[in-house]
Design a protein around this ligand. Structure first.
Ligand SMILES: Nc1ncnc2c1ncn2[C@@H]1O[C@H](COP(=O)(O)OP(=O)(O)OP(=O)(O)O)[C@@H](O)[C@H]1O
Ligand SMILES: [Mg+2]
Length: 293
């Protein structure tokens, strides 16, 4: 009896949040590093499906770093990272596109559909959801010198998001699942960091929340302590003092972009924690790092 009451109280605790976020767009970036095992992936699919059924509008953007590394390794194609971004030549681009649109995206779609959702996998090329241009990365060299340009090949950055098409999909029962592959002005294919895509999509859709699921508790400071909350004004200092590196750099940049463009809040959570999404959205105890305007 008391177990049943506990279960009912969990549902009742969720009521204010379900009311608050009725019809709200929630952009969720599912990091390749958080796709640790089948159970976790299924848990993610259940969470997203539940969000849709209770009246949220989830839009999923996925990564796939480890999965890309795996196929590159099997094909014996070497790759390296520059400031957290994968240097992408044509051979690497082919693998990136195959893995993201062909495998990782379709796996998430199947999982969501198997638990009762209606997910549709999309490349950023479909309906030109993600128009992109080549990304120019610069690094400040010694004081007084002009910044140096870093070549990262076919890495792109989003220039325009087809919000009309995405809104049309998410107003229906469809859950869009987007692979971070962009299309250039001349039909070129660009590899885009999935965080950048999620940030651009969340900003363009004026999402209520942007949630990035990754493989750490959240943003850690220099002493490896979790930062539960920060403002976008704090981000630069954190990057400057070296606390943030690698894959966390595009994450913080994307949080800033989303929040500046009108997304109400961005969150970096540990996707290896089962049902991290539900805990964040339906309970008072936030987990991970919250980035506020
Ligand atoms: N200050 C920091 N706090 C937390 N993580 C950090 C920090 N600086 C660097 N990182 C690194 O960022 C990583 C997360 O980014 P990463 O790109 O590896 O994963 P992802 O984006 O979730 O997956 P994918 O790139 O496949 O989509 C962490 O595992 C950690 O090693
Ligand atoms: Mg990453």
């Amino acid at each position: 009896m008391s177990e049943a009451r506990d279960r009912a109280s969990v549902l009742i605790e969720a009521l204010p949040y379900i009311r608050k976020y009725q019809g709200a767009t929630i952009v969720i970036k599912y990091g390749g590093h958080a796709m640790v095992d089948g159970d976790l992936k299924k848990g993610f699919a259940e969470d997203v499906t539940l969000l849709k059924y209770v009246g949220f509008k989830p839009v999923v953007v996925h990564g796939g770093g480890p999965q890309i590394n795996d196929l590159l390794g099997r094909l014996d194609i070497k790759s390296h990272f520059v400031e957290g971004q994968r240097f992408t030549d044509q051979a690497t681009m082919d693998v990136v596109e195959m893995v993201l649109s062909g495998k990782v995206g379709q796996e998430i779609v199947s999982l969501i559909n198997s638990v009762g959702g209606r997910a549709v996998g999309l490349s950023g090329k479909d309906a030109q959801i993600i128009k992109a241009k080549r990304k120019k990365l610069t690094r400040q060299s010694r004081a007084g010198r002009s910044p140096e340009f870093l070549d990262i090949g076919l890495v792109g950055e989003p220039t325009h998001i087809n919000t009309e098409f995405l809104s049309y999909l998410s107003a229906s029962d469809v859950i869009p699942v987007i692979a971070p592959v962009g299309v250039g002005m001349h039909g070129e294919t660009f590899n885009i960091n999935a965080d950048s895509v999620a940030g651009a999509v969340a900003g363009a859709l004026r999402a209520e929340k942007l949630i990035l699921l990754t493989d750490v508790d959240g943003v850690l400071d220099k002493d490896k302590k979790l930062i539960p909350q920060m403002k976008i004004a704090d981000l630069e200092a954190l990057k400057r003092d070296g606390a943030v590196s690698g894959g966390m750099i595009p994450k913080l940049d994307c949080c800033r972009k989303a929040v500046l463009e009108g997304c109400a809040g961005a969150y970096i959570l540990d996707g290896r924690r089962r049902h991290a999404l539900l805990l964040e959205l339906f309970t008072d105890q936030g987990c991970g790092t919250e980035v506020l305007p």
